[in-house]
Design a protein around this ligand. Structure first.
Ligand code: ADP
Ligand code: ZN
Ligand code: ZN
Length: 722
């Protein structure tokens, strides 16, 4: 038999798969088997992507794989990984890298293995001995046997618990009272922290929820792709929970994608509460061993529900019946490194492949989903409460970060001892510094952007590359000691709010305040537990948290995101404001929302203020249709970068010239700002059809990249850039 093997190499130019002759000694080899193969003079790990009876390679040149490794990747995922590589202009090795067991690495030997430990189990003679029917037992041996009545225990733990030594355990085993065997021990991650409101048990569904569930369940035979469009607090999560239960009842498994576990521990927690050990939760903070073991638990069907961020779309679950995408508008579903896949698009493919139902849910769905998926509506909050009134206030001519209306509202929160959430999408203290005498502006030496002051850290930092230097007290150009600070970030706002609402506590949630492991959950938990207070932070505060007692939501500089030259700017702004508004008034007290903006008449803000996502989507879809933006066309972005100035632009020109494609629009090359010490030039290709455009771009990039003179140029291709 011939195995077609895709070697896991970083080299873009290598085009597999390569044929290997499979000898009988390797046992069963199938699509998804991982083989160590001789490759030139090296050994390499490869994945079997196909089988054949014969090869075009002459028999005397065919070589045999050296060994096969455990565990195998499901064939379905091999296909999916290769599809991702194709769809996002990446390489087969990188596409397959997404579906391999965690910790596989590229070497000929996986970095992570199953953990085995000596485990003790009570045997029948042991049980009899405990009842007095067998040989005499020492006191500690008796304790050890008693402990084992509850089930097998790791020997080391048993020694600790019973005080019985390893030697005497061994003697119990020799006497046939217990067995001692090395068995695999799954490393289980800790449960998600408990934050925010948690429903007790299973609430009776509202009529709208019951209807939504029925619509999902009727698709279990045959599959389908649905959009659960429900306002914030309409009980979407409860519908997901019931849909997962329904899948399990039918012997199927389920994947639940969530934006970021660290930011939304509450959602993951609700699934753990409902389904217990059947849930495997994957998140970025897991150790390599834990991740590997959760993967194996899923692969074996021991865990039937996987909750995790975008990479969980590749979870090795057999009999997949349901994929849920929670908060489907969230930008974290797109991976920003090669392969630059979008988990939402991959989920559609995987669901279709497996005959599973896909449910994407959001209060602020993307225009793409609104157009293409079948919509189920949850128009009202479960508790019958209305959505909070939203007030738009103009900031033109206002000095300081807070409008008088906002100050008044915060003052009321202080007086009534309530809770507020304040969103400002900018970290740090001041967003740029300049010299009052010579006008010098502090910029990153590696990127063409200004440095942001972080006062507590005493430094200025680049938010693009992480470059940091001491905060300046003197201008190095003119010696002046007068340095002006412009703009405000969350760090400064925190201080201003503290002064305003004292004695209520202020909690800050941004990536500076929450650098350590578990820090985000801890801030959320403290805010949740406090009887009153203010949570201030970046867009992190607008994620699906459910704090029942927040009465005021505030968005500062709400239209700052509209000033980016990006066709998704309106969509993002709308979602951010509507989501933050959704955090307010979820409990017994009425909520309200204030949105500060330079131009409060902006379309995205007006629709967000009236909670009108249908109105917003209608206008947005029309605009995109005229401009042929997604979902009415496809965008592909090619960025060429180089340490020197010049080659990057020349390379972009070459890609453009090499594009052999009718009926597409090519924008650029246009220079981008320097990033991490690299000059950049960008091309954007707008095409009606995706497949031919991706193929043409791939061919043009590969042709341009092979040119020897462009060795220093890096080419990155992003299909459906965000
Ligand atoms: P969404 O995901 O749409 O924002 P959630 O599912 O988080 O909404 O529901 C909001 C709150 O309402 C949660 O605390 C949840 O436990 C509760 N809830 C959901 N469905 C019901 C129901 N049918 N009856 C009572 N409470 C419910
Ligand atoms: Zn100066
Ligand atoms: Zn930088």
């Amino acid at each position: 038999m011939i195995a077609k093997v895709e070697p896991l190499t970083t080299a873009r130019a290598l085009r597999g798969p390569f044929d290997y002759a499979v000898p009988g000694r390797l046992g069963e080899v199938d699509v998804g088997s991982m083989l160590v193969v001789p490759f030139g003079r090296q050994r390499m790990l490869g994945v079997v992507v196909g089988l054949a009876d014969q090869s075009d390679v002459p028999a005397e040149r065919l070589v045999e794989p050296l060994t096969a490794l455990d565990p195998e990747v499901p064939a379905e995922l091999v296909r999916l990984g290769l599809w991702v590589a194709e769809e996002y202009c990446s390489t087969p090795a990188r596409g397959l890298g997404l579906v391999l067991p965690p910790g596989t690495g590229r070497g000929a030997r996986p970095r992570v293995k199953a953990r085995k430990a000596l485990s003790a189990e009570l045997l029948t003679p042991g049980r009899e001995a405990l009842l007095g029917g067998g040989p005499a037992l020492g006191e500690r041996q008796r304790t050890a046997l008693e402990t084992l009545r509850g089930g097998p225990v790791v020997a080391a733990d048993l020694v600790r618990a019973s005080g019985c030594s390893h030697a005497s355990l061994r003697s119990l085993a020799e006497r046939g009272l217990i067995s001692l065997e090395r068995v695999e021990q799954a490393r289980r991650p800790a449960a998600s922290p408990r934050v925010g409101a948690r429903g007790e048990g299973e609430p009776a569904l509202s009529p709208a929820q019951a209807h939504a569930l029925a619509r999902i369940v009727e698709r279990f035979d045959g599959g389908g792709q649905l959009l659960l469009h429900g306002v914030t607090g309409s009980g979407k999560t409860e519908v997901y929970l019931r849909a997962v239960a329904a899948a399990l009842e039918r012997g199927r498994s389920a994947i639940v994608l969530v934006p970021e576990i660290a930011l939304t521990p509450q959602t993951a927690g609700r699934f753990e509460d409902r389904f217990g050990d059947q849930v495997a939760v994957l998140h970025s903070k897991l150790g390599a061993g834990e991740r590997y073991d959760e993967w194996v638990r899923l692969r074996r069907g021991e865990a039937r529900v996987c909750v995790g961020p975008r990479s969980a779309v590749f979870a090795p679950l057999p009999d997949l019946g349901l994929i849920v995408i929670d908060e489907e508008h969230d930008s974290s579903y797109k991976q920003e490194q090669d392969p630059r896949y979008d988990a939402r698009h991959v989920a559609e493919r995987r669901a279709a492949q497996a005959g599973a139902v896909l449910v994407a849910g959001s209060a602020t769905p993307r225009p793409e989903s609104r157009l293409r998926l079948e919509r189920i509506e949850l128009p009202e909050r479960v508790d019958g409460r209305g959505l909070p009134p939203v007030e738009l206030v103009g900031m033109a001519g206002v000095s300081g970060a807070l409008h008088a209306r906002t100050r008044e509202a915060l003052d009321l929160v202080r007086e009534r001892e309530e809770k507020a959430i304040v969103l400002l999408n900018r970290r740090g203290w001041s967003n740029f510094l300049s010299c009052r005498v010579c006008g010098r502006v502090w910029e990153c030496p590696h990127c063409d952007v200004t440095l942001v002051l972080h006062r507590a850290a005493g430094s200025v930092a680049c938010h693009h590359c992480g470059h940091e230097e001491n905060a300046p007290s003197v201008c190095p150009d003119c010696g002046s000691v007068s340095v002006a600070r412009h703009g405000a970030g969350t760090e400064r706002l925190e201080q201003e709010l503290e002064a305003l609402v004292r004695p209520l506590p202020v909690f800050r949630l941004d990536s500076d305040a929450t650098a350590g492991r578990g820090a985000i959950a801890s801030v959320l938990e403290r805010f949740d537990r406090a009887p009153a207070g203010v949570l201030v932070g970046t867009q992190m505060v607008a994620k699906g948290h459910d704090f029942p007692d927040v009465t005021l939501g505030v968005v500062l500089d709400a239209d700052s995101t509209l000033r980016f030259p990006d066709f998704r700017a309106e969509e993002r702004t709308f979602a951010l404001v509507a989501q933050l508004a959704g955090r307010s008034g979820r409990g017994s007290r009425e909520g309200r929302v204030i949105v500060q903006a330079l131009d409060p008449a902006a379309r995205a803000l007006r629709h967000a203020a009236s909670h009108d996502s249908e109105g917003f989507l209608g206008g947005e879809l029309e605009r995109r249709k005229v401009l042929r933006y997604p979902p009415y066309g496809h965008l592909i972005r090619v960025v060429c970068s180089c340490e020197e100035q010049g080659p990057e632009a020349e390379a972009a020109d070459a890609v453009r010239a090499g594009l052999d494609l009718q009926g597409v629009m090519v924008l650029g090359p246009a220079p981008l700002f320097r990033l991490k010490g690299r000059e950049r030039s960008q091309l954007v290709i707008k095409a009606a059809e995706r497949g031919p455009a991706v193929a043409a771009v791939r061919a043009a990039v590969e042709a341009a990249a092979t040119e020897h003179s462009r060795r220093g140029v890096n080419f990155s291709v992003d299909v459906d850039p965000q």
